[in-house]
Design a protein around this ligand. Structure first.
Ligand code: ATP
Length: 264
C-alpha cells in the first residue's frame, strides 16, 4: 500500500543549519497496516509523514501509494490519497462554520466544480449517522459552530472528516498530544474504531509509548532519520514499555532521551 524507498531529505543544505532529517529511510506498509511511530525529538517522524504528504519534495528516493509513484506529485494532488490529522485541534476544521458545513466541505473535497451551496436532507441524515458513532452527542448539534467544541470533540470531528472519503492512507501526527489523558484515550478509541471499520492503512506518530504499544498491529521506532526498530504481530502484542526501551538501547547504543515518552 505504501512504499518508501531509500528516502533522503536535508533541510537548509549548505548552511550552518543544515540538517539531514531523512537518511535512507525505507518502509513498506501492507494494506490495512496500522503502524505506530515513536522516537526521540528530531528523529524524523514528522518529516517522514510530510514526505508522504508531499509537503516538500524529497531529495532522493521513491514514494509509492497503492502502486502509484507519487514522488514528484504536488501536495495538492497527493491529498486525494490521504487523510491527515495534526496535533493542534484548531487545524483541520473551520471554526466559524457549523459541524455539518465542515462535514460537507470534507465530503466535497476534490470537487471544485458544481459546488452546491446548501446541505440536502439526505446529507444531513448521513452526517447524523456518522457523528452518532463517535458517542459524543454531536449528532444533535449539527449547526453548532465548530469553534465552540472542546479540543477532543474537534479532533474526533477532524478524524471523521479526514476519513470521510476512505483515504488510501491515514496520517496521524500526534493527534492526541494536546488533549488531557481521558480525552486522548477517547479520541484513540474513536481512531481504532474508524481504522478497523474502514480497514484504513494508518501511520500514527505518538510520544506515548504505551499508546504506541496498545494501538495498531505494527510499531516502528525512528532515530536520526531512519527506522531502527520494526515490531509487529504477536511480538508487538507482548511488548512492554521497559522491553521497548531495552530494545531501543540495544538497537541504537544510546539511552532513550525523551522525557515525555518515559513518563507516559
Ligand atoms: N521544515 C523544516 N525546516 C528545517 N528543519 C526541519 C524542518 N522540518 C524538520 N526539520 C528538522 O529535521 C529534524 C527532524 O524533525 P522532525 O520534526 O521530523 O522530528 P520528529 O521526530 O517529528 O520530532 P518531534 O518528536 O520533536 O516532533 C529536526 O532536526 C528538525 O529540526
Amino acid at each position: 500500500m505504501l512504499e518508501l524507498k531509500n528516502l533522503y531529505k536535508t533541510f537548509n543544505p549548505g548552511t550552518i543549519n543544515e540538517k539531514l532529517a531523512l537518511n535512507g529511510l525505507s518502509l513498506t506498509l501492507k494494506e490495512g497496516d496500522f503502524v505506530t511511530v515513536i522516537g526521540g525529538n528530531g528523529a524524523g517522524k514528522s518529516t517522514m509523514l510530510n514526505a508522504v504528504a508531499g509537503t516538500w519534495m524529497v531529495d532522493e528516493g521513491q514514494i509509492l501509494i497503492d502502486g502509484t509513484d507519487v514522488t514528484r506529485l504536488s501536495e495538492h494532488k497527493r491529498a486525494a490519497y490521504l487523510g491527515r490529522v495534526f496535533q493542534d485541534p484548531m487545524t483541520g476544521t473551520a471554526a466559524t462554520m457549523g459541524i455539518e458545513e465542515n462535514l460537507a466541505l470534507a465530503k466535497r473535497r476534490g470537487k471544485t466544480r458544481f459546488l452546491r451551496p446548501g446541505i440536502t436532507r439526505k446529507e444531513r441524515d448521513e452526517y447524523r449517522e456518522l457523528l452518532k458513532v463517535l458517542g459524543l452527542g454531536l449528532e444533535d448539534r449539527l449547526t453548532s459552530k465548530v469553534g465552540l467544541l472542546s479540543g477532543g470533540q474537534r479532533q474526533a470531528l477532524t478524524l471523521l472528516m479526514a476519513t470521510l472519503k476512505k483515504p488510501k492512507l491515514l496520517l496521524l501526527d500526534e493527534h492526541t498530544a494536546a488533549l488531557d489523558p481521558k480525552t486522548a484515550a477517547k479520541v484513540l478509541e474513536i481512531t481504532d474504531m474508524i481504522v478497523n471499520r474502514d480497514h484504513l492503512t494508518t501511520m500514527m506518530i505518538t510520544h506515548n509509548m504505551q499508546d504506541a504499544i496498545n494501538h495498531g498491529n505494527r510499531l516502528i521506532m525512528m532515530m536520526e532519520g531512519k527506522i531502527i526498530l520494526d515490531i509487529e504481530g504477536e511480538e508487538k502484542k507482548k511488548l512492554t514499555v521497559r522491553n521497548l526501551l531495552d530494545q531501543f538501547e540495544k538497537a541504537s547504543g544510546q539511552e532513550f532521551s525523551n522525557d515525555s515518552a518515559l513518563l507516559s
